[in-house]
Ligand binder design. Structure first.
Ligand code: 1CP
Length: 339
């Protein structure tokens, strides 16, 4: 069984198979070959040039032979396509050249134009599909809520003060923006489907800023049309950072898989909220920078064994791999999974 078949068999609920695996941000600065690429081209150039973006996506596959390959792009290409280009701050993090502040700003967003403007993404994805016929290819976008957080805040932030205020005091405009982004992202997702993806991951990195018990209203209901658009032709994975303990609020969305962080034990979630979903996760990402290879192998084994009785597990990290992760630790993780 090749990686792609294994990936789909896992969603079909087959048991006693090897655990498919990949890692979030698997193409990135922890890889010397990525740093080399970045010494020649800017991030935005890599993302906008299909050949370079393909190269970045392939780098971790050559080294670690993961079962899944994720498109090399960013969630912010969609805000750029909507007229709010992004850039990098000298002190780290990102900024947008414009912010959403008014009804007029929201009306000016042309959701229908994103597919045409993001042609470079689809070119890269088609090339990746062709290059790796036996691997599962993962496309992605942000959730409307998370994209709105950046478009209203205008920059990286720990607390998103402008966004939080807007969400409370301009709730009508806020929901109008979510509706627009939901439309744009649905079109974007559908076009990725035409490029031959096996799965589509929705990054709700800031979904935990939704009011308690209101994840459904604030975030999930705007993700729902994106999932419907993919309509069983690709597997859908929801990654909502810091939301694992609010799993009950995410479960009604009906994604095919939920990516969880390391605040929970996967088997506990799986047995508490019974359903037909796959769980993806959840090795603490920072371990790859701080632990020894032996410790990484041990923690990896514990997670695999924990989910073994149930199948329906894709191994991944709690969040993206960090630039200071040690290669020897990633090798130890791969070796343990393939044992
Ligand atoms: O080269 C560099 O140093 C740029 C770092 C980098 C990378 C490697 C950014 C900037 N984006 C990416 C690629 C990326 N981003 C991928 C594809 C690569 C892969 O997974 O192998 C994906 C799926 C993303 C998704 C993404 N971008 C998210 C969601 C995931 C998460 O971490 O929660 C978010 C929030 C972003 C925004 C973003 N992109 C980059 C930065 C610095 C940020 C801002 C983060 C912040 O400060 O809020």
């Amino acid at each position: 069984m090749n990686s792609r078949e294994l990936f789909h068999a896992t969603f079909a609920g087959e048991k006693n198979l090897p655990v498919p695996f990949w890692i979030m941000r698997q193409a990135g600065r922890y890889l010397p070959e990525y740093r080399e690429l970045k010494s020649k081209y800017s991030f935005v150039d890599i993302v906008k040039t299909p050949e370079l973006s393909l190269e970045a996506a392939l780098q971790p596959m050559r080294r670690f032979d993961f079962d899944c390959s994720i498109l090399f792009s960013d969630i912010l290409v969609v805000s750029e396509a909507l007229g709010l280009p992004y850039g990098f701050k000298d002190e780290g993090g990102i900024y947008l050249e414009k912010r959403i502040e008014s009804e007029k700003n929201i009306e000016a967003l042309d959701a229908e134009s994103v597919v045409e403007k993001l042609d470079y993404v689809f070119k890269s994805l088609k090339m990746l599909r062709k290059e790796l016929p036996q691997k599962a290819i993962i496309g992605f976008c942000a959730s409307p809520f998370t994209l709105a957080a950046y478009m209203i805040e205008g920059e990286s932030s720990k607390t998103f003060p402008r966004f939080s205020k807007f969400m409370k005091s301009e709730s009508k405009l806020f929901f109008a923006l979510l509706e627009k982004l939901s439309r744009a992202l649905s079109l974007y997702a559908k076009q990725q489907l035409y490029c031959g993806i096996d799965a589509f991951q929705i990054f709700d990195s800031h979904g935990s800023m939704s009011p308690t018990e209101k994840y459904g209203e604030y975030s999930a209901q705007w993700i729902s049309p994106i999932i419907s658009e993919l309509n069983a032709s690709a597997r859908t994975i929801l990654f909502a950072n810091n939301m694992s303990e609010r799993f009950a609020e995410m479960a009604p969305l009906g994604a095919d898989a939920y990516a969880l962080d390391d605040s929970v034990k996967l088997s506990e979630i799986f047995t508490t909220y019974q359903g037909h979903y796959v769980l993806q996760g959840n090795l603490k990402n920072t371990l790859l920078a701080t632990a020894t290879p032996q410790e990484v192998a041990k923690s990896t084994r514990e997670i695999i064994d924990d989910m073994k009785p149930y199948g329906r597990h894709i191994f991944n990290l709690s969040h993206g791999i960090t630039p200071d992760a040690k290669l020897e630790n990633v090798y130890a993780l791969c070796e343990e999974i393939k044992k």
